[in-house]
Design a protein around this ligand. Structure first.
Ligand SMILES: Nc1ncnc2c1ncn2[C@@H]1O[C@H](COP(=O)(O)OP(=O)(O)OP(=O)(O)O)[C@@H](O)[C@H]1O
Length: 233
């Protein structure tokens, strides 16, 4: 059994004329420690799938198994615990608290987690040891995204879910952020899932999952993933 199993998941928003099938029987799996890339056009259902996997949204039907637990059948209390201790999120627009410093943003996330890592050490790991006292507005986009990655990693989660993590960054900064995510996956054994529109990123993945119209159209394993530094687009 794979660590993550997304089985025939449907997500329907609205009803009647206004019904939208954001997911329409999507199935994929990801093994522990893998870096998976989810590719698909706008509206294909990628964010919906990630939100369900992260326990932030619920499936209309189907099953979502993580580490042998059926999170699609979990109670609200269990889901809160799952979101706190098992899942780290990285968003396109960082979502940092503006009136807290970089260090305080990371500390805030770790305060609710039982096995969290040291916030200052984690910021140093992402190369921000000299920027810990800065507020988000005084950091570049790439640095803010590093803080948000540190915030997610410092929870010591089992899976790291990244929704278009380089969508707001320039080419060079985006590449550095992807390198950090690839290194984090390799060095810490964290299971990392990255959503992107950019098909050029496919070679960096251990597993490539393609979404179209709420379904998974293909799932490929890559025996020799390429370091992001060697990928150009
Ligand atoms: N809360 C909602 N209510 C109604 N429809 C929704 C809701 N969330 C998503 N949808 C619809 O579900 C479909 C899938 O959306 P989703 O955001 O998952 O796609 P996506 O592949 O992540 O797209 P993008 O790359 O543009 O972010 C879209 O048609 C979207 O409009």
């Amino acid at each position: 059994m794979a660590y993550i199993e997304f089985e025939q998941v449907c997500k329907v928003y609205g009803s009647g004329e206004a019904e939208v099938r954001a997911l329409d029987g999507a199935s994929f799996e990801v093994n522990q420690g893998e870096l998976a890339v989810i590719l698909g056009a706008s509206g294909a259902g990628k964010t919906t799938a990630l939100n369900i996997l992260g326990g932030m949204d619920s499936a209309t039907s189907g099953h979502v198994m993580v580490g042998g637990r059926d999170i699609s059948a979990a109670s609200e209390d269990k889901l809160i615990e799952y979101r706190r201790s098992d899942v780290g999120f990285v968003f396109q627009f960082y979502n940092l608290v503006p009136n807290l410093t970089a260090l305080e943003n990371v500390e805030l996330a770790t305060q609710i987690c039982p096995d969290s890592l040291d916030p200052a050490e984690t910021l140093a790991k992402v190369g921000l040891e000299h920027r810990m006292g800065n507020f988000p507005a005084h950091l570049s986009g790439g640095e803010q995204q590093r803080v948000s990655i540190a915030r997610a990693i410092a929870k010591n989660p089992k899976i790291l879910l990244c929704d278009e993590p380089t969508g707001a960054l320039d080419y060079k900064t985006g590449k550095q952020v992807l390198q950090l995510l690839q290194d984090t996956c390799r060095l810490s054994g964290l299971t990392v899932i990255i959503i992107t529109h950019n098909s050029a990123l496919a070679p960096m993945a251990d597993r490539l999952i393609r979404f179209k119209s709420g379904r998974v159209t293909s799932q490929e394993l890559n025996p020799s993933p390429v370091p992001i530094a060697e990928i150009e687009w």
